[in-house]
Design a protein. Structure first.
Length: 442
């Protein structure tokens, strides 16, 4: 689970300051305020460590390759109104986060990196600290291509060399590790640990794939659902076929493979979006329809409201997650009515509690947020298990405010006017009603 992050001179952020990440973290705020940039920083490092190009220090993305994030060149990444901090000059970008392994609250691992402008608009690694406190390693750029390596267990550097430049900002080549001999034992596992943690991220963007009339299914459960939810229906079809092959027996006799389908039905029913789901094969082909059952009729998913097709990837992403996964979703409430928006909070809370799944949610939904407050008041979520942040513009930069909630879910430092002024609107309606009645003599 990710527990902390900090950005410096990253896009709109001069500095976020330390950000506490909880099992459920909500990012709220105005449009173009910097919420998505917080998420992009994590996806950028994930994209880099999973890249197949060891020569990249930071993989800024290629729009023609279908990369998760495409951030242009280093000049586009660097905050135009950046400022120097104690650790990061105004001409450099800093990305830092911590994570816990296996639920050990007292043990966390740090990734802290700084980048500077490289050749042809690329980003060059300036500094990297990776590992647990007192362990792992750090590298510092001395001159182009040359880095000084220090082990976390030692106070003096091992030296400086071109061999000490980490590949993709996280791991050393096999040749370098062999040269280090026994000293490599302290750093050999650190890179794979970072790769493993970032591979646990399930990301679902704000623009999700529109429904199709039918789908080609490969005959197995997909390994991922895609950043736009393109494989979410494939996952439902895979689970639904197992469910239908059991001839809809009682839940106790259902195989585990059918759980995704049955749980998706449950949540869609709770949200009043569907009474059921069905998978229908087209002849003897590999093409299938997903049918939405509502009010005694079954309709192709293409023929129902767009809210259903937009929320299904959200529901599937939550149910698809395994213990230890990190689910990041932008605008899960898209095209949903208020009840469905509020019940997304119940979905996230239940999955987080039962499966130890972390959720990072960027949202504009008052209904989702208000339901989170209610769940805290009902003690279904402890205040420390949730973190809510309000992001707003402060001139040309972004500003982050952690919302402080008490044990009853009440916000102690709520920003003015974000969700509108409901009480003020009620007062204005009452005033106008009184004046109109007075004028009419009623």
């Amino acid at each position: 689970m990710l527990t902390h992050m900090k950005l410096e001179n990253f896009k709109i952020w001069r500095s976020t300051g330390p950000i506490r990440l909880a099992p459920i973290t909500l990012l709220l705020g105005t449009n173009s305020s910097g919420k998505s940039s917080l998420i992009q920083s994590l996806l950028l490092i994930r994209q880099t460590v999973k890249s197949d190009d060891p020569g990249l220090d930071l993989d800024l993305g290629n729009p023609d390759a279908g990369d998760t994030v495409t951030l242009g060149q280093f000049k586009d990444l660097l905050c135009r109104h950046g400022a120097a901090t104690e650790t990061t000059p105004a001409t450099q970008v800093g990305i830092e986060f911590r994570w816990q392994e296996g639920g050990e609250a007292s043990v966390s691992t740090l990734f802290s990196a700084r980048y500077r402008k490289g050749k042809a608009g690329s980003a060059d690694l300036e500094f990297l600290r990776l590992g647990r406190d007192g362990e792992g390693f750090s590298v510092q750029r001395r001159k182009p291509g040359i880095y000084r390596l220090t082990l976390g267990t030692q106070s003096k550097p091992l030296g400086q060399s071109a061999d000490f430049r980490p590949e993709r900002s996280f791991a050393f080549s096999a040749a370098t590790l062999n040269k280090l001999g026994e000293r490599a034992d302290a750093i050999r596992p650190v890179g794979p640990q970072l790769l493993d943690e970032l591979s646990r991220i399930i990301y679902l963007g704000p623009v999700r794939r529109l429904a199709q009339r039918d789908y080609v299914w490969a005959g197995r459960m997909p390994e991922h659902i895609g950043d736009d939810g393109a494989k979410a229906i494939d996952a439902l079809i895979a689970s639904g076929i197992v469910w239908q092959q059991t001839k809809r027996k009682s839940a106790e006799s259902m195989p585990p493979e059918a759980e995704l389908f049955t749980q998706a039905i449950r949540w869609l029913r709770e949200m009043n979006l569907a009474d059921g789901l069905a998978v229908r094969g087209l002849g003897g082909s590999a093409r299938y329809e997903l049918m939405i059952e509502k009010d005694g009729e079954a309709s192709n998913i293409k023929d129902v409201g767009v809210g259903v097709s937009q929320v299904i990837p959200v529901v599937v992403a939550a149910l698809f997650a395994k213990p230890g996964h990190i689910v990041i979703i932008e605008e899960p409430e898209s095209h949903l009515h208020p009840l469905a928006q509020s019940l997304l909070a119940d979905l996230f809370a239940q999955i987080s509690r039962e499966r130890q799944v972390q959720f990072i949610i960027e949202t504009h939904s008052e209904h989702l947020f208000r339901r989170m407050q209610t769940l805290i008041a009902k003690q279904e979520i402890k205040p420390e298990e949730a973190a809510e942040y309000f992001v707003e513009r402060d001139g040309k930069a972004a500003k982050l405010r952690e919302l402080v909630l008490d044990d009853f879910g009440r916000v102690k430092n709520w920003p003015d006017g974000f969700f509108g002024d409901a009480l003020g609107e009620t007062r204005e309606q009452a005033r106008l009603m009184f004046e109109r009645k007075k004028e009419s003599g009623a």
